[in-house]
Design a protein around this ligand. Structure first.
Ligand code: NAD
Length: 417
């Protein structure tokens, strides 16, 4: 039960901060869970009904915010967990959003583009009255992307009679999207790592060699950002295999191989079985592929000093004590991969302003947000002697608890008087 594991970890941090159980319970339970049935007429005329969800976890700090995934194995527990993580992530990044997540149970590989468009539109039709720039702002997630968002924006416009780009993020540039959204999660992770190195703590000193699991959007941009920042990329893996060169890999050559053959193996370099990458003796292991890539089973074999958790729950709860015991630092997902939602926030802000920023402005503001979030997490980790995940939960709590207790609202009223 993923939701229960996250709730338990949050409860643990809350206890350490002395937050009362009633407040913790309010922070954990989602405010609203909506289940929808989406009717679909297939291209060949068959009728199907697909199950979907939107979990609006909380809007204590701003509109609900979170992606929509299309996946055959998704269930309500997973959506609830991801929605809770979004509430925490937005609080850690200190952006004015709550948390939400949406999903449709579908295997997109078995459907035509036209069918997927009808599913995306059907999902929005069912939920239109609950979405909007000041109420709930979806984004792409696993197996959805810019094009899905463009269908959704259009469907939402038809349902409401208004083109409202701020109701969705992760849109194409031509439809009021933001520069810098595509590399945001990967580059954001790099900014976190650099900020950690900047603390001078012994755990983050002299980080040089890097292995990256997963070369999709997040993994590729993390690898690119790390290469540009002077780290040495010594191994990468993708769904089928991996490749290693202790002298340093050329990322563009690897990507060219992946595009040409579907595999990352390149001539003259050591081939790796896919999961061997997880056990390499590197300074930094970047997880940017699947959830539960590291579990209690393989955690004893990990040799990296630092794990950058860019995939949500890429390290399972039962692996964490093993890694901690072995002195391996895990930079938690709600900090490491917050760059995506930070630039989503910038996209929303640009939409509301009707004024668009250059890419270098977006990326500099992203770095600044990620540096600020990392600094506060490190500060609380030092103050309370916990690891970075516990400290990240504490940062989320210090921003969410006043909103639950009404303290934040009281402060606003008092300062306005
Ligand atoms: P993606 O689909 O673009 O890339 C995933 C990559 O991982 C693919 O290249 C796939 O071939 C590879 N892969 C799959 N299984 C693998 C395995 N067992 N070993 C190695 N590689 C494997 O997805 P993405 O957008 O890059 O997202 C990656 C992760 O980051 C997901 O967990 C996602 O939830 C998380 N995330 C993404 C964003 C974002 O902005 N895209 C934001 C926050 C979190």
């Amino acid at each position: 039960m993923k939701f229960a594991a996250t709730a338990q970890a949050l409860g643990h941090s809350a206890n350490r901060l002395g937050v009362g159980q009633q407040v913790v319970d309010r922070l954990i339970e989602p405010m609203r869970i909506i289940e929808v049935t989406i009717p679909l007429v297939r291209d060949d005329g068959r009728h199907e009904r697909l199950k979907g969800w939107r979990v609006q976890h909380n809007n204590l700090r701003g509109p609900f915010k979170g992606g929509i995934r299309f996946h055959p194995d998704v269930d309500l527990d997973e959506v609830k967990n991801l929605a809770l993580l979004m509430s925490l992530k937005c609080a850690v990044a200190d952006i004015p959003f709550g948390g939400a997540k949406g999903a449709v149970r579908i295997n997109p590989k078995e459907y035509s583009k036209g069918e997927l468009e009808r599913v995306a539109r059907g999902y929005v039709r069912q939920l239109a009255s609950l979405l909007g720039p000041w109420s709930d702002v979806p984004a792409p997630d696993v197996n959805t992307g810019e094009e899905t968002m463009s269908w959704m924006v259009d469907e939402y416009a038809q349902a409401t009679g208004t083109l409202s780009p701020g109701a969705f993020t992760g849109k194409p540039i031509w439809l009021h999207g933001s520069h810098g959204r595509t590399p945001a999660t990967g580059f954001g992770g790099v900014a976190v790592l650099e900020a950690l190195e900047g603390t001078g703590d012994v755990s983050y000193r002299n980080l040089r060699t890097v292995a990256v699991q997963g070369l999709g959007n997040v993994g590729y941009h993390a690898a690119l950002g790390l290469e540009r920042a002077g780290y040495q990329l010594v191994a990468v893996s993708d769904a089928l295999d991996g490749v290693r060169d202790d002298e340093g890999l050329d990322l563009e050559r690897v990507m060219a191989a992946k595009h040409a053959t579907g595999r990352v193996a390149i001539a003259g370099r050591t081939g790796l079985k896919r999961d061997e990458l997880l056990m390499l003796p590197v300074d930094v292991l970047v997880l940017a592929a699947i959830d539960h890539a590291i579990t209690a089973e393989n955690a004893p074999m990990v040799q990296a000093r630092v794990i950058l958790e860019l995939g949500n729950t890429a390290v399972s709860a039962d692996a964490l004590p093993i890694l901690r015991e072995r002195g391996i630092v895990v930079v938690p997902d709600i900090l490491a991969n917050a760059g995506g939602v930070v630039v989503s926030y910038f996209e929303w802000a640009q939409n509301l302003q009707g004024y668009y920023w250059d890419e270098d402005v977006v990326l500099e503001r992203l770095r600044s947000k990620m540096r600020g979030a990392t600094a506060r997490v490190v500060e609380l980790a030092r103050a309370h002697g916990g690891d970075l995940r516990e400290a990240a939960y504490m940062v989320a709590l210090e921003r969410l608890v006043p909103a639950v207790t009404g303290e934040a609202a009281r402060k606003l009223v008092t300062s306005a008087a």
